[in-house]
Write a protein that binds this ligand. Structure first.
Ligand code: SAH
Ligand code: SF4
Length: 338
């Protein structure tokens, strides 16, 4: 039964659910083997590194699961200066990494113009791709940032269940989130979406819908990442996601989505000390090392005990060695024809 599904080109929702439900050891092994084959066919053995700069932890949103939510008044807030951001970009570039991810809460103190300026300064100095991950902003801002040289935008849909989406985001609509993603794609951004796994009341059907939404959106990157309960949030006493389940979701997502970039996330490395290696072996082909300066890093507390490595490169090389993989040479643009 499982093998028959694994041989199909396009999987139905029911088939995806069957894979996600697999419990038998041989079935699970067959899923991982297939995911690894698909990864190898579409991505090769190269692993793309994306250096993250978490430049502000101010956020206007109140996502129920996140430690940066506005109502978390216990958090020390910071903003990096343009100078500090550029300096960190240099560190990333000099480490040989060819994508910078600029990430923050939804912080409108960084105006559209401020972000444009930062994009232009980075692009002027370094031959490097830029991914923005700033939450939902004005459509006009997305446009000027794209024109200024931003290459990609990462905006996870978090859950494809509209009811749960509204619950986690205080009445906001999944439909609007998806509209942002459509618009970003229409501007020529390579888009990234994805989910959080293990949120309250989420079912296996919901996870299948997450994978299918990524397929429907024709995303270039998709992140399937564990929920980790964060102190001082409404979900602080909820259970953390199960590592094996997250790995199974990554594997099934690889089988369904094929030519997309899938990261072995920092959250996965946080709940399992070998999470990165395991993620790479379950179908992932991207790692996003954190380059936020140490003075700020602890304050970017989306979830607690985030895996942090002071000098990430040696440890990354070790991870790749264990997984039998190598660092990618290029900027790691979309695997699709765009
Ligand atoms: N504000 C931007 C970017 C920063 S948040 C945005 O929301 O898009 C980046 C990601 O952190 C979110 O997409 C979410 O999936 C993840 N995140 C938030 N809280 C989390 C938690 N408790 N455990 C794991 N990941 C979490
Ligand atoms: Fe803000 Fe992003 Fe956290 Fe939501 S997930 S509270 S938008 S930082």
């Amino acid at each position: 039964m499982i093998q028959k599904i694994l041989n199909r080109k396009i999987l139905s929702k029911e088939e995806i659910i069957t894979l996600l439900r697999a419990q038998d050891r041989n079935d699970i092994q067959a899923i991982y083997t297939k995911a690894d084959q698909v990864r190898k066919k579409y991505c090769g053995d190269e692993v793309h590194l994306r250096g993250i700069i978490e430049f502000s932890n101010y956020c206007e949103q109140n996502c129920l699961y996140c430690g940066l939510r506005k109502f978390n008044t216990s958090l020390t807030r910071y903003r990096m200066t343009e100078e500090e951001i550029l300096q960190t970009a240099r560190t990333i570039y000099e480490a040989g990494i060819k994508t910078i991810v600029l990430q923050s809460g939804e912080d409108f103190d960084f105006s559209g113009e401020d972000i444009t300026q930062i994009i232009k300064s980075i692009k002027k100095e370094f031959d490097i791709a830029i991914t923005l991950s700033l939450g939902e902003r004005d459509f006009a801002e997305y446009k000027i940032w794209r024109e200024a040289g931003a290459d990609r935008y990462l905006l996870k849909h978090e859950t494809a269940n509209p009811k749960l989406y509204s619950t986690y985001h205080l009445g906001q609509k999944l439909y609007d989130r998806v509209e942002h993603l459509h618009y970003l794609k229409s501007l020529g951004y390579q888009i990234g979406s994805g989910n959080l796994i293990g949120l309250p009341n989420q079912s296996i059907e919901d996870i299948a819908d997450d994978i299918i939404l990524c397929r429907d959106l024709d995303v270039d990157m998709a992140s399937f990442s564990p929920f980790i309960p964060s102190p001082m949030t409404p979900y602080q006493n909820q259970e953390q996601a199960d590592v094996d389940y997250v790995l199974k979701v990554i594997a099934v997502a690889r089988i369904v989505l094929k030519n997309v970039h899938i990261p072995a996330t920092t959250a996965l490395a946080t709940i399992d000390s070998n999470g990165r290696e395991k993620g790479l072996m379950a179908g992932a082909n991207v790692i996003m090392p954190n380059f936020t300066p140490s003075t700020y890093r602890n304050h970017y507390a989306i979830y607690p005990n985030k895996k942090v490595v002071e000098n990430p490169m040696p440890s990354l090389l070790n991870t790749l060695f264990i997984a039998g993989r190598k660092i990618a040479e290029g900027q790691g643009h979309s695997l699709k024809n765009i």
